[in-house]
Design a protein around this ligand. Structure first.
Ligand code: 6GU
Length: 247
């Protein structure tokens, strides 16, 4: 999978050199390219923002550098004229869920446009859709505000990248996870069986696999009810994550 990220802070994306994502890049599973938006400015100050029409607080990212950056991304090593799906991180977007991560992991090419300040001039999205023919999705990590899209891209690339075959050594570990089937994960323990006066639940030492599976399922239900009751009703609420619950 190819991933292009356009940002005014390329250094923010250096964690993508590390750990499993960094290894996946070395192994040729992920082709990650980071682009500095300021390279597509033409003034001495490398200006990427200006004041908003209609007034209001903050600054807006100018359309021209974005248009040139997107043209560059589309032209780079792309003789066949393929098109990336364009993702724009922002608190006003559709929720980024495990279901969306699964959907995006099937794409051959994703491009991320990291906005800063109050956001990007709306005409950039119209241009990307109507003139460049890109599918554009604004995506949000949750109901809080970050200073820009870079941290969100780190999270999304990690969530998407780990679903690509070969990125995670043990594919089984992908199945038994929070959000894969609509319930949170059960509590886990390792040796020693007694630590600091606290014992591992005895059922886990019993060797009774049926009892262990039942205990874990009960723990998942209790945990989900306590921390994320909304997930128990997800199928009625339009299935934020599409998990059919059998409870
Ligand atoms: Cl994806 N971007 C920004 N800038 N803020 C956010 C977010 C994304 N998700 C939640 N807050």
């Amino acid at each position: 999978m190819r991933l292009d990220v356009v940002t005014i802070f390329p250094d923010y994306l250096t964690p993508l050199d590390l750990s499993l994502i960094g290894k996946a890049r070395e192994d040729g599973l992920l082709d990650v390219r980071i682009h500095d938006l300021r390279d597509f400015t033409h003034d001495r100050h490398r200006t990427v923002d200006d004041t908003p029409y209609g007034g209001g607080a903050g600054m807006v990212m100018k359309p021209q550098p974005w248009a040139e950056a997107l043209d560059h991304v589309l032209a780079l090593d792309n003789p066949s004229g393929a098109k990336p799906r364009l993702l724009v991180p922002g608190p006003g977007g559709r929720p980024f869920t495990q279901a969306l991560a699964r959907e995006l992991a099937l794409e051959p090419w994703l491009a991320f446009a990291c906005g800063r300040y109050e956001g990007i001039d709306e005409r950039v999205y119209d241009h990307a859709r109507e003139d460049l023919g890109l599918e554009v999705s604004v995506v949000s990590l949750g109901d809080y505000v970050l200073n820009g899209g870079e941290v969100a891209v780190l999270a999304m690339v990690e969530a998407i990248g780990r679903l690509i075959p070969g990125v995670i050594g043990n594919a089984e570990s992908l199945v038994e996870e929070s959000h894969e089937d609509g319930l949170l994960e059960y509590p886990i323990y390792t040796k020693p069986s007694s630590w600091n006066g606290r014992d591992v639940p005895s059922v886990l030492l019993s060797g009774n696999h049926g009892a262990i599976a039942q205990w874990r399922h009960e723990q998942r239900l209790a945990r989900t009810a306590a921390r994320r009751p909304d997930l128990l009703h997800a199928s009625h609420a339009g299935g934020a994550d599409g998990g059919d619950l059998e409870i």
